[in-house]
Every structure is written in structure tokens, then in C-alpha cells.
Design a protein around this ligand. Structure first.
Ligand SMILES: [Zn+2]
Length: 443
């Protein structure tokens, strides 16, 4: 790499150097040499610089662009930001106490509060910021995406700020709140008659017809680089590097970002090994968890990662997790295995209960895709996936404002009354007992 360059892309298939995003976009977001859609970003900045950037006492970041030297943008003037990515990492002792009480397991549990991203209240805001900035720098003025919801909302918000026209294709079961949020910025929404897979097909056809770039899916280096910054925040905010990483799994950019981030940080010697990735899908749309279970039952035979089911039109109440065609599975699943992790599913009927539990215990209001992570925590306890001394990082990927319908379900007990005589007294302690009794059914 030339010294004066800030970064290059490196094709993961043929290893050729791609000078910048201009060439990448010109080749249809592929390697101009071999056509692969997978590339890593490599930086000239010394990784040691991260030591001061993540010094908890000195660093005072406002947004993920605090890590500008390790993000794929050349000129700061192209930054589009809403101070995303810098969110609290809370300790959730109520989960530690439960693990201790029921399973005699000592662990520390942290919640990285991506529900707290101001712009649209989800983990996707990190991607929104980086994608919008890179498009601006490369003078791209039209962009197309298919989305189960959250990412289109975030892109819409950020691309508006970048002056980019945005075309979003959403599946028929996306919520009208999502549709409204995408559209309210003056961007264009197409609700497709069909599922997410169909929305993706139509978005592709539309983008080819007009020659507009299509949001590249889960291997998109812009998205992976954006999400990678969550690891830098672990260094800044936590005393110890997590041994377990948990998130709700839809397409899989998050886990790919974990692996990329760990590769970048390796030289600093700040962790012993890549955290075990414990990934959770809704039981109503769990192609990766099902494929994993099948492969595991056969002791991972040769070529196991190439076998997975495809679910058309999954009926799920968490459309943001409804990736029925798990294209990343062949790449992602061996990485999960290497990390000694697991892919599991959880009963989505129980997410309301878990969201209530967190609202009660920590006054945090999560969206359904975030609540499913809690389900994964309890499943992992029950199945013995957690170990004594583990430092567990839960990625809380979305807040409640993404799903007003879910918020309505969170009401625990309310009663229509006509006179004060009907209004009995209550004690929060009883509510707590009742809540945990319900939760224990899943733990
Ligand atoms: Zn290549």
C-alpha cells in the first residue's frame, strides 16, 4: 500500500488490492479482478493509536468517527453523523444473580445499549453513518436497499443528510411505523407483495435497471467496518475483554464485524481469543439455527456449512430478524464454530415477557429483536453454553421506539374502572415474583 493512502480494500478471494471505493463501486461493489463481493479494509494507521483513542480516562468521543483513522473515509468533511456508536455499556447484575442462584455460575453480564443511538434507536445507525459518508465522498447520489425495516429507517435518515435519493424495498409484513419512518424524510418506499427475499429480488432488478448501487448486504465492507467499532468501545469502557458475545442473528454482519475487529486488535494483545459467539434467532425464522442443529447432531461432517434450509414468507412478529435465505451461513457458521460458539433459536412468543423483565429491572425499553438476545442468554444457561468466569456482552440492538405495536404488548396489567372501589392496591415485589416465575419457564 502506498504511504500517503489512508486505506485500501483487499479482495478476500484473490487478494488483489482495490485502490478505493470508487473502483469498488465501478465494478458493481465487487473486486474488479475476480468479481468477489467480499473485501477487507486495510489501514495505514498504526493500530497502537487505538491505545490512546480507547483510553477511558482521556478519550471523550462523540460518535463512532472518533475512530476516523480506522474507518474507510478519506476526508473528514464528508462525515455524516448523528453521534451514533457511543452508547453506554451497562452491567446487568440481575442476570448475574440469576445465573448464580439457579446454575451456580459466576459470570459478568454487560449490555451494550445500541437502543440508545439517538438517530433511529438501533445498532444499524453505525452502518447508516458510514454508508452515507462513503457515498457522499464517492459522489453517489442514488442508493437502493431492501430491508426488513431497521436498516432502511437508518439509511433513510442518514442518506437524507447526505443529500442522496434513497429507494427502499420492504416486505409486505414490515410494520407501517417502519414505512412511515423511512418515508418521512422524503425518501421513497416500495412495499413489496412478498417476503424479504422477494423485496431483495425487486430491489436488485430496480437497481440494475437504473444503474444505481444496491445496498450490498451482510458482506458489505462499509457495514462491517462501522460495526467493528463496537469492539473499540469494549476496550474504552470495559475492564476486561468479553469472552462471550451475544446478539440476535438475522443476516450476520455483526458477527463478521466481531471477527474483523478481533483481527485488527490482535497485535495489541488485549484479548486471549475471539469471544465465543452465541447467536440467537427467532424460532419462527431460524434457518441458521436449524442448519446448525442438524450439523451439530451429525458432529459437523465434511461440507456441513454448505447445507442450510431456505424459508419463504416466514410468519414472524419480528420482521427485522426475518432473513429466510441465510446466504452468509457458509462463511459465518465456520467462524462461529471456530470461536466455540453456538447458533440457537428462542421462542418469540416469550419476547414480550423478557422485554418486561428488563423494563422492570433496569428501566430499559427494548424492541423485540433485542429481547430475543435475553432469550438466548437463558437458553445458553440451560444448555450449558456459558462457563464459570465468563464475561458476557449482550448486544442490545434496538429500542422500543422501533416497534410501537410491541410497546402496546408490554402493558402488564391495566384495568378498566368506573369507580375508585375497583382500584385495588399493589406491591411491586409481588409483580417481581410473578415476572420471574414466568421467566423461569424459559430458563
Ligand atoms: Zn478478487
Amino acid at each position: 500500500m502506498e504511504k500517503n493512502k489512508k486505506f485500501i480494500l483487499r479482495c478476500l478471494l484473490c487478494s488483489s488490492e482495490i485502490a478505493d471505493f470508487r473502483d469498488w463501486f465501478k465494478a458493481g461493489q465487487r473486486c474488479p479482478e475476480c468479481g468477489s463481493n467480499r473485501a477487507d479494509v486495510e489501514y495505514t494507521a498504526d493500530v497502537k493509536k487505538l491505545e490512546s483513542l480507547t483510553d477511558g480516562k482521556r478519550a471523550d468521543p462523540e460518535g463512532l468517527w472518533h475512530y476516523f483513522d480506522f474507518l474507510p473515509l478519506n476526508d473528514r468533511k464528508n462525515i455524516i453523523t448523528g453521534n451514533e456508536g457511543i452508547v453506554p455499556i451497562d452491567r446487568w447484575e440481575f442476570l448475574e444473580e440469576f445465573a448464580k442462584r439457579k446454575y451456580k455460575l459466576s459470570c459478568r453480564v454487560y449490555a451494550q445499549r445500541h437502543d440508545d443511538n439517538y438517530p433511529t434507536g438501533t445498532f444499524k445507525d453505525l452502518s447508516g453513518s458510514v454508508v452515507a459518508s462513503v457515498l457522499k465522498e464517492n459522489k453517489i447520489t442514488n442508493y437502493v436497499a431492501a430491508s426488513t425495516g431497521n436498516i432502511a429507517v437508518s439509511y433513510s435518515r442518514y442518506l437524507t443528510a447526505a443529500g442522496v435519493n434513497f429507494y427502499a424495498f420492504i416486505p409486505k409484513n414490515a410494520s407501517s411505523a417502519q414505512e412511515a419512518e423511512i418515508g418521512c424524510f422524503g425518501q421513497r418506499v416500495f412495499r413489496v407483495k412478498g417476503d424479504y427475499t422477494r423485496a431483495k429480488e425487486m430491489a436488485l432488478e430496480f437497481s440494475q435497471q437504473h444503474g444505481y448501487p444496491l445496498a450490498a448486504g451482510n458482506f458489505d465492507p462499509m457495514r462491517i467496518e462501522a460495526k467493528k467499532t463496537m469492539l473499540f468501545e469494549w476496550l474504552r469502557l470495559l475492564e476486561d475483554f468479553p469472552t462471550v458475545y451475544m446478539q440476535a442473528l438475522s443476516g450476520g454482519t455483526g458477527p463478521l464485524a466481531i471477527v474483523k475487529g478481533c483481527r485488527e486488535l490482535e497485535i495489541l494483545g488485549v484479548f486471549k481469543k475471539t469471544p465465543r459467539m452465541l447467536l440467537v434467532q427467532s424460532n419462527k425464522c431460524s434457518p441458521m439455527a436449524d442448519a446448525w442443529k442438524e450439523a451439530k447432531s451429525k458432529n459437523f461432517p465434511e461440507g456441513w456449512e454448505k447445507t442450510y434450509p431456505i424459508y419463504h414468507n416466514p410468519e414472524t412478529i419480528i420482521p427485522t430478524l426475518a432473513t429466510g435465505y441465510p446466504k452468509t451461513y457458509p462463511v459465518l457458521s465456520p467462524l462461529v464454530r471456530e470461536s466455540e460458539g453456538e447458533i440457537m433459536d428462542f421462542d418469540e412468543e416469550a419476547v414480550v415477557l423478557l422485554a418486561r423483565l428488563v423494563a422492570f429491572e433496569r428501566s430499559v425499553r427494548m424492541g423485540p429483536a433485542a429481547a430475543i438476545v435475553l432469550g438466548g442468554f437463558f437458553t445458553s444457561l440451560r444448555n450449558g453454553y456459558l462457563r464459570d468466569g465468563d464475561i458476557i456482552l449482550l448486544n442490545i440492538g434496538e429500542g422500543i421506539r422501533r416497534s410501537p405495536g410491541f410497546m402496546e404488548k408490554m402493558i402488564f396489567e391495566s384495568k378498566k374502572v368506573t369507580s375508585v372501589k375497583e382500584c385495588e392496591l399493589f406491591d411491586r415485589k409481588d409483580y417481581k415474583k410473578k415476572l420471574w416465575r414466568e421467566v423461569e419457564k424459559y430458563a
